[in-house]
Write a protein that binds this ligand. Structure first.
Ligand code: HEC
Length: 126
């Protein structure tokens, strides 16, 4: 009984666009409201340098030192949780592990989209 209750609570708390291994089609449908621009990637880079580079490395290659496990390279074409803007937003917003925490409490949605644009700008060109 108690187990079912917690299953229901978790299901209610999880947004349909929560990050999933392999990507989440619901997250992929979420459109990036911030157009790619030098201003957006610069704003994203400032946040990235402050909050992400210690694990993901100054250039996103996964060569930071602060994580307890291997950190994915954000500049290659492989995306464990899907490579759409919406999937990347979901990972940063909700988090996926104790190392890769959610940033919803620390960053506004606009800040997260700017970080998504920065990550995009260092990644492979589509
Ligand atoms: C304490 C270390 C740490 C910090 C800080 C951190 N990450 Fe991560 N990140 C990880 C690890 C480890 C993973 C892999 C998680 C997994 O697959 O279980 C990850 C995964 C990701 C992914 C998914 C990559 C893929 O292949 O799908 C993205 C995107 C990402 N991080 C972006 C960020 C951004 C942006 C920030 C800053 C706002 C950040 N991370 C901060 C450690 C960190």
């Amino acid at each position: 009984m108690r187990m079912w209750l917690s299953v229901i609570v978790v299901a209610l708390l999880q947004s349909p666009a929560a990050p999933k291994k392999g990507g989440n089609p619901e997250a992929a449908k979420v459109k990036n409201p911030i157009a790619m621009s030098p201003e957006s990637t610069a704003a994203g880079k400032r946040i990235y340098t402050r909050m992400c580079s210690r694990c993901h490395g100054s250039e996103g290659k996964g060569d930071g030192t602060a994580a307890s496990v291997a950190v994915p390279d954000l500049t290659d074409a492989a995306w464990d949780y899907g490579g759409s803007d919406g999937d990347i937003f979901a990972v940063i917003h909700d988090g996926v592990s104790t190392d890769m925490e959610g940033y919803a409490a620390r960053l506004s949605d606009t800040d997260i989209w700017n970080v998504v644009n920065f990550v995009r700008s260092v990644g492979p060109k589509p």
